[in-house]
Design a protein around this ligand. Structure first.
Ligand code: ATP
Length: 249
């Protein structure tokens, strides 16, 4: 049940595994970095900007991991991309899937969303900060999910011919996430630029950034803080921020 002295706590149904971890941090519960909460279902699973992460009971994974980010908040910008790469590594190495990261926080297989990442910060803005890393990973989506998700999605059982052992999946996800977090603590997002560019869903493709005003151009990867580089007809621009969404152009 442990990686070092980090724990894996298992809950049946919860509001959101990120909320549960954030509450524990605020209540000053002792938690070892790398500790994880998983649940069988979430009644209030969250995406970015108040969106919902549909989290039915069944076989999906709802996973949150605690970490202490030594470089503080400015470094957190590329973190969700680096975690997306941890999920890609898992899907590629264990399930032989052609997994891609969609900037800034989703994991796609065969053009459909299989997993999403939600990084949330806790505590003071000084040197180090506590982070909670949420990952929703679809293992087996019930038939009625179509009514709840307005964009193409998929799951591990559809994409892989391999048997999925969820206990092993949780342990392996924790291992991959902690490995990436350790790498991130040493060198920040800069260490992941090349890997991101190899696994970028929209590499060198026309894209449309839903910003104000919106921007159309060719996706040219990311900079060392995790900002997206878009080549427009006039210039090459870098855009940052958890408020933006990217689409195929
Ligand atoms: P987008 O993914 O559209 O660029 P986003 O990154 O802001 O936007 P997220 O916050 O990552 O979106 O995820 C929430 C969205 O993902 C929901 O609005 C819904 O469309 C979709 N979604 C919700 N639950 C699931 C799920 N279990 N599997 C796949 N997609 C989901």
């Amino acid at each position: 049940q442990t990686a070092g002295s980090a724990q894996i706590l298992v809950q049946h149904i919860t509001d959101s595994t990120n909320c549960q971890l954030l509450q524990r941090l605020q209540g000053r519960h002792e938690l070892e970095p790398g500790s994880v909460i998983v649940a069988e279902a979430q009644s209030a699973g969250r995406g970015r900007r108040g969106r919902t992460w549909y989290s039915p009971f069944g076989t999906n994974l709802y996973f949150s991991c605690y970490w202490r980010l030594e470089q503080g908040i400015p470094a957190a910008m590329g973190l969700s991309l680096a975690i997306g790469l941890a999920v890609c590594r898992l899907l590629q190495q264990y399930y032989q899937l052609d997994a891609k990261v969609k900037w800034p926080n989703d994991i796609y297989v065969n053009g459909k969303k299989l997993a999403g990442v939600l990084v949330e910060l806790s505590g003071t803005l000084d040197a180090g900060c506590d982070v909670v890393i949420g990952i929703g990973l679809n293992v087996g989506m019930p038939e009625q999910s179509k009514q709840h998700i307005e964009q193409p999605y998929t799951d591990l059982r559809t994409e892989s011919s391999q048997q999925v052992d969820r206990n092993l999946l949780v342990v392996e996800l924790q291992r991959q996430v902690v490995t990436v977090l350790q790498e991130f603590n040493v060198a920040g997002f800069a260490a992941f630029i090349a890997e991101f560019n190899q696994n970028d869903l929209y590499a060198n493709q026309p894209v449309y950034l839903m910003a104000k005003p919106s921007i159309s151009g060719i996706c040219r990867g990311v900079d060392k803080q995790g900002g997206i580089i878009i080549e427009t007809s006039q210039s090459t621009e870098v855009h940052y921020g958890g408020e933006l969404s990217l689409r195929a152009g």
